[in-house]
Design a protein around this ligand. Structure first.
Ligand SMILES: [Zn+2]
Length: 476
């Protein structure tokens, strides 16, 4: 499998540090609200990579974290782009989970367990395989303290005047390589540099590994050698990924907005304790627009998986819509795109149902080869899907062969294409009546009447074919 690596800025072959085992870390959701479909697009990329590698007989070990503490309102977040959303915290240094708890009068735990459940439900709706581990930040505090201690011991971190612990950015010479933001370009007053609220760091680009808690913070704090407080957002991903995957992580995924500062800081932390380049491949999914606009709560432009289901669409139509666009390009999702994908999905399932009744035949090798080549070339799913459309229409390929090929490749696509096999098409009463009338018209050689009835049936969503055995009907 070849994937674009943000670090080297090239499409490179995935190489695993252990033969036939791929270790994958995916930045997960901050569970203070529902993940929107833009977040889902990012999570889908990890699923496609893992499916692809398993298809090539790799074992996969996938870890996706659940952020339930430490993600501040002024940290850039999943799908939030880089600007601060006033809905997500009263002050720009407020914890997103606590802000939501305060707004709703619930406890932090009630908030996080509710949205964590919703996240798993959304993944299941989109046929995204569960990760092997879903570590939570609040349950990994010991491991974060151990990480910070190691960074202190090796002088990559220091205690600031406010007793918070900061990473010393200048102690990591290649800081900025991932995002292209060089330290000397990160001037004081840079938008990520909250100088006013963090007066006690030594250098403007340093960031907090552990934040000291103010007296107003009554939940989600822990005692440490440096005082009572809570972890910085970037600390958790280093601690949990090193803990569960070790010091050689083959692929790290996330949304493009996490590249800086989240992944840049995580790389500095992890590499500093490991003494090596920890991540082999950094993979970032591009932004999703909805109806040409950024998805953001403050502008009311947020779409959830449940909204798609509520409109009567199959959630896997969303999955197909995503597959029809390259993960690395910005995509503009619209209701029309989802609707078209829904129709395509229904049509394929109907065809596969029909083909399933044919003689079994070997797979269509040429299509199989071109599809897999495209899929494994940096997940070129739009072109791969196009190959399936060509296969569907190719008159030289038998129905049995089309059936085998589609079903085999669905293990990569995850579209549940076999779902309708064996399902009888239910023909509504109204259509059945028109079929009887059309039969009579044809017996009477009333061809104009027969054509009119065909159109009336088509308007109700069915196609009539005349065969030696009589009229055959299929939904279109
Ligand atoms: Zn992360």
């Amino acid at each position: 499998m070849r994937l674009y690596d943000t670090m080297s800025r090239t499409v490179r072959q995935v190489e695993t540090s252990t033969p036939r085992l791929a270790r994958i870390y995916a930045c997960g959701p901050t569970v203070y609200r529902d993940a929107h479909v833009g977040n889902m697009r990012t999570f889908l990329v990890t699923d496609l990579i893992a499916r692809g590698l398993r298809h090539q007989n790799y074992r996969t070990l996938v870890v996706q974290n659940i952020t339930d503490v430490g993600h501040m309102a002024n940290d850039t977040g999943l799908g939030d782009a880089v600007d601060f959303d006033p809905d997500e915290g009263q002050a720009d240094t407020e914890d997103k989970v606590l802000a939501q708890a305060n707004r709703t009068g619930k406890s932090a735990l009630e908030i996080t367990s509710h949205y964590e459940k919703a996240f798993h439900k959304d993944l299941a709706e989109l046929n995204i395989y569960p990760a092997d581990h879903y570590p939570k930040a609040s349950e990994s505090i010991d491991s974060m303290i151990a990480l910070i201690t190691r960074l202190m011991d090796s002088e990559h971190a220091y205690v600031g005047h406010d007793k918070s612990v900061y990473f010393n950015a200048r102690s990591f010479p290649t800081y900025g390589t991932l995002s292209g933001n060089r330290l000397d370009q990160l001037k004081p007053g840079h938008r990520f540099d909250v100088v006013e609220s963090e007066p006690s760091k030594e250098f403007h680009a340093d960031w907090a590994l552990w934040k000291v808690a103010g007296s107003d913070r009554t939940q989600l704090t822990w005692d440490t050698p440096w005082g009572r407080g809570f972890p910085g957002w970037h600390t958790e991903c280093s601690a949990m990924s090193l803990d569960l995957l070790g010091e050689a992580i083959d692929i790290h995924t996330g949304g493009i907005d996490l590249r800086f500062p989240h992944h840049e800081d995580e790389r500095a932390q992890s590499n500093s304790v490991a003494g090596r380049e920890v991540v082999g491949h950094w993979v970032h999914a591009e932004h999703l627009l909805f109806e040409n606009r950024k998805m953001s709560k403050s502008t009311g432009n947020v779409v959830l998986v449940q909204d798609i289901i509520d409109r009567g669409f199959d959630p896997l139509a969303l999955r197909l819509a995503f597959l029809q666009h390259r993960y690395r390009s910005q995509m503009n999702l619209t209701w029309d795109v989802i609707s078209a994908a829904n129709e395509q999905l229904t049509r394929w399932r109907t065809r596969i149902n029909e083909w399933s009744e044919s003689e079994s035949e070997p797979m269509a090798q040429t299509y199989l080869d071109s599809f897999t080549e495209l899929f494994f070339d940096d997940l070129n799913t739009p072109a791969a899907i196009n190959e399936l459309r060509n296969l569907e229409r190719d008159p030289s390929i038998s129905a049995g062969s089309k059936f085998e090929t589609f079903i085999h490749l669905d293990s990569l696509l995850g579209l549940d294409l076999a779902r309708d096999i064996g399902k009888r098409t239910e023909v509504p009463e109204e259509v059945q009546q028109l079929l009887i009338e059309r039969d009579t018209a044809r017996i009477n050689k009333d061809w104009a009447g027969s054509d009119q009835l065909r159109e009336a049936i088509a308007a109700l969503g069915f196609i009539v074919k005349d065969t030696p055995q009589g009229q055959e009907i299929t939904p279109h």
